[in-house]
Design a protein around this ligand. Structure first.
Ligand code: SF4
Length: 469
């Protein structure tokens, strides 16, 4: 059946990248707009295999050009229900990456697609070929889908119009978990879909922690595990609670050992520093520790500048991903900012000291009111010095930690120096064998990389460099 297409279709093409020089066309992505959406419908509402295109086709696009791109699928089947929409939608990433020469990244309103020049030379000339191959994979791999039809959109105005509607649908899905919390359920859900490129990653999805791709919440995990028990989403009985604040459970730890190939044995769901959740690479937002102010900044995919530590999203994403527990970096889904347990083991919102303006706007309603004007963006600060000044001026709660640390530093005169800045890094103990990759940037001139190190640190005092006369 697959030979009706001018490209090969195989899981071996997952992870294939289309670099800029090899690219024929770019669709959606950070410099354009797009989305993907799956909706459930009645069996009699769908014409199986039907494809509709609104806007120009591949054959009408210029080499090297960029276009908006939306992919909407309607599915039906006796077992298909609205709860399955998000789970099926997430598989679009999977299946489209089986297509040789076609790269699909991210999810929901962040999708980013490139088609390479070789695929065009081999005969790819229409989105219909892509959609038919994708629909074939959906039906083969998810047998509960009995009928499917697809509408792809490349017309800029239509993408904008329908994207606004899609965002309302994503928001309604996310809002479902608002009244439900980790303590209210006995079972969490896991996902290993991203192990194709992050082999030790296991996402643990709970009512208070959406997946880090942002596409799968607890209800979605439950629906997927029910309809496809052998699939990549599965139930994780919670077991005994080990650390209530950190969010550590015996059942989660058992699964972590089993599914990470023994790479790690403990996960604290709501901790940034101690046995943090792994990050595969699909995260919507990266959290990064800034030791100079003892706080945590957050940067999302849409931000193209550099954070106050001098690093861009792409640089930090590279250090965060791969399915490891990286202390100092953490990938999360945007909806995790709305969780009452948001990094509660490390101070929660009081530890948040920077985020891009667009991200802050997106979650404005969920920022505690007392912090609303205390979290700076790229418009308020540009580097570590201006960040520190801003936090001090606004009396951000993080400054209370500095006071404690200053007092501790003063109580240790042998390590104090007249030239030393009056601030230090808090005590941290690294679990054995855990990689640590803190990055100090923003023009401060310090870079430390520790790998596979067992380190116990009571306190680090940073001193200014004395000038030679
Ligand atoms: S990021 Fe996590 S939840 Fe989302 S698809 Fe990947 S493994 Fe699954």
């Amino acid at each position: 059946m697959a030979n009706e297409f001018p490209f090969e279709i195989s899981p071996m093409f997952e992870g294939e990248r289309v670099r800029k020089d090899d690219m024929f066309v770019e669709l959606a992505g950070p410099k354009s707009r797009g989305f993907e959406l799956v909706r459930a419908a009645g069996l009699d509402e769908i014409e199986d295999g039907k494809f509709t295109l609104i806007g120009p086709d591949i054959s009408g696009m210029q080499e090297g050009s960029r276009h908006p791109y939306a992919m909407i699928y309607r599915i039906a089947g006796k077992l298909v229900e609205a709860d399955l929409e998000a789970i099926v939608e997430r598989r679009n990433h999977d299946f489209q990456n089986y297509i040789q020469g076609y790269m699909h990244l991210n999810q929901r309103y962040d999708v980013w697609v490139r088609i390479n020049k070789d695929a065009i030379k081999k005969g790819l000339k229409s989105f219909e070929q892509v959609a038919k191959a994708t629909m074939m994979l959906f039906k083969n791999e998810l047998p509960f889908i009995e009928k499917i039809e697809a509408t792809y959109i490349t017309d800029p105005e239509e993408v904008e119009k329908q994207r606004a509607e899609a965002i309302k649908i994503y928001e309604a899905r996310d809002a479902r978990t608002k009244g439900l919390h980790d303590e209210d359920v006995d079972v969490f859900y896991g996902c290993t879909l991203c192990q194709s490129f992050a082999p030790t990653n296991v996402c643990v999805v709970t009512p208070d922690r959406i997946s880090l791709c942002g596409a799968i919440n607890w209800f979605d995990g439950r629906a997927a595990a029910k309809v496809d028990p052998e699939g990549p989403q599965f139930a994780i009985p919670k077991g005994e609670i080990i650390d209530k604040v950190g969010g550590e459970y015996s059942g989660v730890n058992e699964k972590a050992v089993a599914l990470s190939g023994g790479e790690y044995s403990r996960i604290k769901l709501h901790s940034f520093f101690e046995y943090p959740h792994t990050s595969c690479g699909c995260f919507e937002v990266v959290g990064f520790y800034i030791p100079e102010v003892d706080g945590i900044g957050w940067v999302d995919r849409d931000f193209s500048g550099t954070a106050p530590n001098g690093l861009a999203f792409s640089t930090m994403a590279g250090q965060t991903g791969g399915g490891k527990q990286i202390i100092g970096f953490l990938g999360v889904g945007v909806n995790y900012f709305r969780s009452p347990k948001f990094i509660q083991a490390d101070g929660g919102w009081e530890r948040v000291i920077w985020m891009p303006k667009n991200l802050r706007e997106k979650i404005k309603a969920d920022i505690p009111p007392e912090l609303a004007d205390k979290i700076p963006t790229e418009e308020d600060v540009t580097d570590l010095k201006t960040l520190r000044d801003y936090l001090e001026k606004k009396q951000h709660p993080i400054t209370r930690r500095w006071v404690k640390e200053e007092a501790a530093a003063e109580a240790a005169p042998a390590e104090s120096a007249a030239a030393a800045p009056a601030w230090s890094v808090p005590a941290m103990t690294m679990p054995a064998g855990m990689p640590m990759m803190p990055q100090f940037g923003g023009g401060e001139g310090v870079k430390l990389v520790f790998k596979n190190a067992k380190i116990t640190i009571d306190r680090i005092v940073l001193k200014g460099k004395e000038k030679q006369s």
